[in-house]
Ligand binder design. Sequence first.
Ligand code: SF4
Length: 422
Amino acid sequence: MNVYDSEKIKSLLQNKGLEHQESYDDADVVILNTCNIREKAAHKVYSDIGRINHSNKDRVIAVVGCVAQAENSEMLKKNQSIDIVLGPQSYHLLPTMLDDVRDRKVRSINTEFIVNEKFDYLSEQGKPKGVSSFVTIQEGCDKFCSFCVVPYTRGPEYSRNYNSIIDEVNSMVSNGAREIVLLGQNVNAYQFKNGNKIYRLSDLIDKLTTIKDLKRIRYTTSHPINMDDELIDLHSNNKKLMPFLHLPVQSGSSKILKMMNRKYDVEFYRDIIFKIRDKSPNIEISSDFIIGYPGESEQDFINTLDLINDIKFTQSYSFIYSARPGTKSAMIEDNLTKKVKSERLKILQSKLTEIQHDFNKTHVGKKTSVLIENQSATNPEYYFGRTPYMQSVYIKSNNLINGEEKDIKITSCNHKSLYGTC
Ligand code: SF4
């Protein structure tokens, strides 16, 4: 989502007459679009500012995104080089705030949740060029998982206007996009009311399917409790919706899920996967895992490994628990040593890697459909693309076309990528 937001900010400022620079050394204004989901990312902002400020003290520095939202006016106190602090729901105010800094030499701050205004304004900005492009359809979260800052930094769940999303996707496709990834912190909670009709994610995907040159549709990130029957059915009957679902579970222990306030238990999660696979046997699942949540016993960890063994997630993200200030979990005593957490993460990641590698191996010697995204800049004999299951594929060829879907013969693989020819 930050990549998408950064693109929007870039085009917003280009429309104001600013030029994008590859290096901050050549820039008069530097914007740091920040993430607050983990402690390390939040700390990095201050070290980055130190480095940026070192080479030119007159440069305007704007900190935007979730760290700005969470730390608010504290940021201006903590670091005198920061000129602008702007939360993720008010990016459209950035041009005016830059004027304030330049004309009135005042430091400026805005962390209000004015998300509907933001979408109205930003949806018209810029023309993305990627074969695979993101579009945000939903922001914020009402679920309040005990460990997560998103409900505080991105605000309550908000769904974008249905028609404006369709217009934006149409414009992206006419500018070369062939795959659209619908984004939201709780993307499958999307619902937009227009008169008596409520449009859900399944309605939106159905409608986008009718766009002729759009070949692939994905959505991320979903919450298990919002996997409704219509969406599950859509995976079995919509050819443009890719057979790959990112459905974060976080833990394989119902005790830990309860402490995390995830609003489901392991049986519920297993049932959802069973239902999806029953209708769409070819679907692959990926997930997120938090390891070393306070109170995680050896048995809780084993339950997580069991779930991984049963479901066979073919791609996943896994992290050691990171306490975020202001969340409920941050107040629970952390009973696990760093050593235990690191050991558990290592075991879990090696299991996930093994499953991913095994899955990749099943493609070797076969042909698979790949959407060609780009030609390598350093080695033009290679193209890059993705399978329906999001696997990266490097293809040796000199006559592929970006945006075409091609059957590629897979010749080898490692756990991360496939390699092929055509
Ligand atoms: S559902 Fe996702 S975004 Fe919302 S609080 Fe939980 S982890 Fe955070």
